[in-house]
Design a protein around this ligand. Structure first.
Ligand code: ADP
Length: 252
């Protein structure tokens, strides 16, 4: 009996959500959360109803980046998501006080994610959510593997900086998604320019045979928007950065 293969892990799809898209990175600090919120805003600018789920157990920054705080209402086993700039949002950071020292292990993190996915009122029968953007924790270890195994992801976007070390991490992230049969829909190069270089991610996407979506410059406006809780795509919808994100959203 022991040799018998285990049944596949049952993944609970969130109700009334048409599409679940993960944003991932092989390491922290490359701009994954910045991309997640601006990409979500770009989808919303295309007329879609959009949610952002912050599953980054190591550093949940979506509440800051969207300017939301406080525990959400929890009624009849359902979480009412905060709404910011037209985006519905829920974060693992709203489940724990910022000062709590939490040591997240794979099963605990995936339990929290499953709960946020399935118990948040993302959409209704009459008004389903078109797309839910999930900001995953950076890295490719056990926690990330458990999360992607248990989450019904329709596709993933990987964010990387141009340097070789970051690209090796992006490669590992792609391998992680291959393990769970989730298509990598594209690679985005972030912080392109004189500091970190340019072009590495495009070459890497070619080697991995995944779509290259384009680059984003190292730009103070992107950081300031994150700190202020207003994504650049929202504060400067006609600017160059918003135009980049509009292209990414169109390709996805
Ligand atoms: P991650 O989610 O990968 O850890 P973040 O999105 O939190 O990374 O970004 C890390 C820091 O870098 C944040 O302060 C963010 O505002 C800043 N940042 C991200 N991308 C850019 C960029 N293209 N230009 C300037 N600052 C950026």
């Amino acid at each position: 009996d022991q040799g018998r293969p285990k049944a596949p892990v049952a993944t609970a799809r969130p109700a009334h959500v048409r599409r679940v898209l993960a944003v991932a990175s092989g390491k922290g600090g490359v701009g994954k959360s910045t991309v997640a919120v601006n990409l979500a805003a770009a989808f919303a600018a295309r007329g879609l109803s959009v949610g952002v789920l912050d599953a980054d157990v190591y550093g949940p920054s979506i509440p800051t980046m969207l300017g939301v705080s406080g525990a959400p209402d929890y009624i009849d086993n359902q979480i009412t998501p905060h709404v910011a700039h037209g985006l519905k949002t829920m974060s693992v950071g709203l489940l724990t006080r910022a000062t709590d020292a939490m040591i997240w292990r794979g099963p605990m993190a995936s339990q929290a994610l499953t709960q946020m996915l399935t118990q948040t009122r993302w959409g209704t029968e009459d008004a389903p959510l078109d797309i839910l953007v999930v900001d995953l924790p950076p890295g490719t270890g056990d926690v990330q593997l458990t999360l992607v195994q248990k989450t019904p992801l329709d596709g993933a976007v990987i964010v990387s900086t141009p340097q070789e070390v970051a690209l090796a991490d992006a490669r590992r992230a792609h391998t992680l998604f291959q393990k769970v049969q989730t298509p990598t829909l594209g690679l985005i190069e972030n912080m392109t320019g004189p500091v970190f270089g340019r072009g590495g991610a495009e070459a890497e996407a070619g080697r991995l045979d995944i779509p290259y979506l384009g680059d984003l410059p190292l730009d103070a406006a992107l950081r300031e928007g994150g700190d202020a809780g207003v994504p650049v795509v929202v504060s400067d919808p006609d600017g160059d950065i918003a135009a980049r994100f509009a292209e990414f959203a169109e390709a996805l």
